[in-house]
Structure formats: C-alpha cells, structure tokens
Design a protein around this ligand. Structure first.
Ligand SMILES: [Fe+2]
Ligand SMILES: [Fe+2]
Length: 281
C-alpha cells in the first residue's frame, strides 16, 4: 500500500489565515498602527533601488527630460486601471459610506480634481509628460510591457477575488503610503528614491513648481488613503479579516515596487542606458 493521497490539495494562492497565529481582534487604534507598519515593512522588505542617474544623463537636459517623462508616462497605465480596481471594490461592498468614499476618490482620478486645476489624475500625468517634452500622442500610444501588464492585472485580480475589505486594503491601502510617510512610519526617500519633484525640475531646467503629479499626490493620497484607513478601521473588526487586509496591503505595495522598478528600467532603455532586465536587489 502506498501513502494515501489527501482528498483535497490546497494551495496558498490567496491569503488563508493560520488559525494558531490568530489572537484576539485588534482595537481600531492597534489596527491602524499595524496597517501603517505593514506598508512600511512591505517597502523595506522589497526595497526600491535608489541609484542616482549617471552624470551623462544629469549633464544632458534633453536626456534627463526624456528619462523622467518616460518614467511618468509608464506610470499612466497603473493610473488608468487603478479606478477600475477601486470600482470593483465598491461593486462588492454593501455599505454606502464605503462606496461614497471610493466614488469620491474615483471622481478625482477619473473626472476632475479642483486641487489639480480641474484635471483628472491621468490628465495630470499627461500634463507633466508634456512639460518634459513628450507629445501626448506618444503617451497615448504607450503599450505596457509584460511586467506592467502582469502587476497591474494582479492588483485588479485581488480586487475581484478578495472580500471587499481585502480589495480596499490592496487599493485604497496603496494611497495610505502617504499617510505612513506623514506619520513617520517610513521616510519619503525609502519609497520614492532620491529625486523629488523640485530636483527633477532643477535637473530638467523647468520652473520650480511646474510639475504637478508628485506634489498633488503627496497631499491627495493622504486624503484618499486616510479615508480608506478610517473605513477599514471601522469595518475590519475580526482578527482574521484584519490579517487579510495586512496581507493584501503588503502584497499590493510590493507589486507597486516591482512596477516602479520596471518604469525606471523602461525610462533607462528610452535614453540608451543599459536596461535589459528587471532591476532586482
Ligand atoms: Fe486617489
Ligand atoms: Fe491619484
């Protein structure tokens, strides 16, 4: 007689709580702390390389402009799909206050944002790319690389397959990165790297304050991410669902680190720097 095969083979394709590891439910304050901690841990465990650009780029304004324009342009694919992911969550959620929060976020992302001169957030990326010399037609024609497709569709899949709380942690939880930064859970440079918007303007010879996207999101993601956090702390009250949301926000943040590396790789390739593989540290 051979060893009897188990009747059911399970996989770890999605979060499954380990019963033994589950303690009592965390209080809302403890939950919020752990959630922000999870974001910081995800960034640190899967660190974005923070290589300074070579002098040959820093000394050549045309090259530098193209590098930062392509970096921004390739981010537009994520920015276009992100509201759909949020809407997947809203479609599943029975609570009106949650759906309102999500719709308000999507309104800025998709329709108009008074804090962005009434542009929606994808338009803001197009605007910045234009300032850096990238024509709108080139931005529109951009085809996402396989890595960008894989990462963004994984995020989309999480919002379709997880309960709404997990899906919201994976999406609205991404915006809470700026809350984690504002509250000192991690330093801005740990995720965004060396070049702040004002550095990019200086390197590229643009007037200070002309680029919009980074500054807008430093503020707006605190608002949207803070809204998501207040919803999650209200509704995610069992230990199992709390652990699921920590798992979801960690995974989605790590996926964003991969997309960010891929954006930089594509930007490097666009100006002729060596860029033949996904940068992994
Ligand atoms: Fe947002
Ligand atoms: Fe946005």
């Amino acid at each position: 007689m051979g060893i009897e095969a188990p009747e059911v083979i399970t996989t770890r394709t999605l979060f499954r709580p380990t019963a033994a590891a589950l303690g009592p439910a965390l209080s809302p304050d403890e939950y919020e702390h752990e959630f922000l901690q999870a974001i910081a841990e995800a960034v640190r465990s899967f660190r974005t390389p923070d290589e300074p650009l070579p002098d040959v780029v820093l000394a050549d304004q045309a090259k530098a402009r193209r590098y930062f324009a392509i970096d921004g342009m390739t981010h537009s694919f994520f920015a276009k799909v992100f509201p759909s992911c949020l809407m997947n969550v809203a479609a599943k959620c029975p609570y009106q206050d949650v759906r309102r929060e999500i719709i308000e976020d999507c309104y800025c992302e998709e329709i108009t944002d008074p804090d962005a001169r009434d542009m929606c957030h994808v338009e803001v990326l197009y605007y910045d790319a234009g300032l850096l010399g990238l024509p709108r037609e080139e931005v529109e024609a951009f085809e996402p690389s396989p890595i960008l497709m894989t990462c963004v569709h994984t995020l989309d899949n999480l919002t379709k397959t997880l309960p709404w709380e997990g899906g919201y942690a994976a999406t609205g939880g991404l915006e809470a990165l700026q809350v984690a930064i504002a509250r000192g859970y991690l330093a801005r440079e740990e995720y965004f790297g060396a070049y702040r918007q004002e550095d990019i303007e200086r390197i590229c010879g643009l007037p200070e304050g002309s680029l919009m996207n980074q500054r807008l999101h430093a503020m707006k993601d605190q608002l949207h991410g803070g809204g998501a956090l207040s919803i999650l702390r209200k509704y995610v009250t069992t230990r199992e669902s709390q652990e699921m949301t920590f798992w979801a926000v960690k995974l989605s943040r790590q996926i964003r680190v991969i997309t960010q590396r891929e954006q930089r790789r594509l930007a490097r390739a666009a100006i002729g720097l060596p860029a033949d593989a996904l940068i992994v540290t």
